[in-house]
Design a protein around this ligand. Structure first.
Ligand SMILES: NC(=O)c1ccc[n+]([C@@H]2O[C@H](COP(=O)([O-])OP(=O)(O)OC[C@H]3O[C@@H](n4cnc5c(N)ncnc54)[C@H](OP(=O)(O)O)[C@@H]3O)[C@@H](O)[C@H]2O)c1
Length: 168
């Protein structure tokens, strides 16, 4: 089953601090929603690590109009109705045949595993032009992924960022 990764990274590939995002950029959240929400009747799935699920504000989770999937090695995870729990990435991928598209939405440990997976064929990366002293990082982008799209430089408050896409 093929899937994409979506992430926002700083100049040092930092993605998080203290189990939270290093920034709150409205335009990037909009880009995230527009990219991950399906335009057809069939839902897209968003797969996340348990810590990323924990980090989502209560009023934002589950993420709307998407099938939310949480990975955890715990046996009993308390999740709202409709949110799926799997114990490995492959178990999740094998059970999501009915989804339209599948996105890996973080965090660091899941990105490191997913980018090496044979099903990973597209990366949506927002490059934020800052070093935020993060404690969680995105892996190096393997050479087999080539940049296929890059937006104009976007700005919001003091943030400068570009939306890019990489394909295998
Ligand atoms: N900048 C961005 O775009 C972005 C996006 C998402 C997240 N983030 C940030 O990333 C940070 C969180 O990343 P993280 O690396 O600490 O945690 P994470 O990857 O979100 O979650 C790690 C946990 O997920 C479960 N897990 C991960 N891979 C698994 C697998 N293959 N099979 C089964 N369970 C698996 C385990 O849960 P159990 O311990 O329960 O077994 C593991 O402890 C936060 O700061 C968050 O804000 C940033």
């Amino acid at each position: 089953m093929n899937f994409s990764i979506i992430v926002a990274i700083d100049k040092k590939r930092g993605i998080g601090i203290n189990n939270d995002l290093p920034w709150h950029i409205k335009k990037d959240l909009k880009h995230f929603s527009e990219t991950t929400i399906s335009k057809s009747d069939k839902l897209n799935a968003v797969i996340m690590g348990r810590k990323t699920w924990d980090s989502l504000p209560q009023n934002f989770r589950p993420l709307k109009n998407r099938l939310n999937v949480v990975l955890s090695r715990q046996d009993n995870l308390s999740l709202p109705e409709g949110v799926l729990h799997f114990k490995s990435l492959d178990e999740a991928l094998n059970n999501l045949n009915d989804s339209n598209e599948i996105f890996i939405i973080g965090g660091g440990s899941l990105y490191h595993e997913a980018i090496k997976h044979s099903g990973c064929n597209k990366l949506y990366i927002t490059h934020v032009d800052i070093d935020k002293n993060c404690d969680t990082f995105f892996p190096e982008i393997p050479e087999k992924f080539k940049k296929t799209s890059e937006s104009e430089v976007q700005t919001e408050d003091d943030w400068k960022f570009v939306f890019t896409e990489y394909e295998r």
